[in-house]
Design a protein. Structure first.
Length: 267
């Protein structure tokens, strides 16, 4: 297949990057092309490279995907992960788990009025958009919380909770589960007091500058990964069962939540 080099990146949590590097290598081996996983820079810089066509395949949050698609950007859906845990019911969804320290007084979202809150960043669906939508649904605004801090990442929000710097945060359930696999002792230090969602899983997207033949081949390789014993082990690193076909309508719930929450922001 005639192609110089395929640049791949992730704009997801840092604890997914080792898996994404392995997927990048696997793609190269299966298609006989050179691949590079682009890292060593903040995710906004990676997203900018995707917009410029210098990143060709990217795992991205559903909210910026929706913004790009609706603005006519030169990106298209590739595949979407389906998580293995039974809570996902074999659907391409995930949740936002509202996490507090285990020794805190908070038992529910209602207890968090006036509490300190961390969110990862305003372009995140799981950490920002879904929280704003929930607040709007109960007739509240960001004033519901006493102090709000932008942490920059779900894992940082979790560290802030554990360190007592904030009371709570909404953590991407797949990120939280990955952290619990890495650090099982974390389970005894936190509690989930509410769960928001489900929401459509973040998709892998392709830049349309990639030749059609290669885009088709990339989808095929990713959709068949779980059938390969070695490749299924790569997916299991992050609790993924398999990749599924992705269609734009899957992300309509994010569009709806964003529209309904447009007057609420944590930023």
């Amino acid at each position: 297949m005639s192609w110089n080099i395929l640049n791949v990146t992730s704009c997801m949590a840092g604890n997914a990057e080792s898996m994404c590097r392995a997927i990048t290598r696997y793609i190269g081996e299966k298609l006989g092309i050179e691949t590079t996983f682009v890292d060593g820079m903040p995710w906004p810089a990676r997203e900018a490279l995707l917009d410029q066509g210098r990143i060709h395949l990217c795992w991205i949050c559903g909210l910026p995907y929706v913004w790009k698609a609706d603005a006519g950007a030169a990106v298209e859906l590739c595949v979407v992960p389906v998580m293995r845990h039974e809570r996902y019911a074999n659907e391409a969804v995930y949740f936002s788990d509202v996490v507090v320290r285990r020794d805190s007084r908070f038992k529910s979202f209602a207890d968090l009025r006036g509490a300190s809150w961390a969110y990862n960043e305003p372009r995140s669906h799981s950490g920002h958009n879904v929280v704003c939508h929930y607040l709007n649904g109960i007739g509240e605004t960001s004033r519901y919380f006493g102090v709000i801090i932008e942490s920059g990442a779900h894992q940082t929000s979790l560290e802030m909770i554990l360190g007592g710097r904030v009371d709570a945060s909404a953590i991407d359930s797949t990120v939280l589960e990955a952290e619990l696999r890495r650090f099982p002792e974390l389970d005894s230090e936190i509690r989930i007091v509410a769960t928001l969602g489900p929401s459509p899983m973040p998709p892998w997207v392709l830049h349309k500058s990639v030749p059609l033949e290669l885009r088709v081949a990339l989808r095929r390789v990713l959709l068949e990964m779980h059938e390969d014993a070695e490749a299924s082990g790569i997916l299991e690193q992050w609790g993924i069962s398999h990749f599924a076909p992705a269609v734009d309508a899957l992300y309509d719930p994010i569009r709806k939540m964003s529209a309904e929450a447009r007057h609420v922001t944590l930023a």
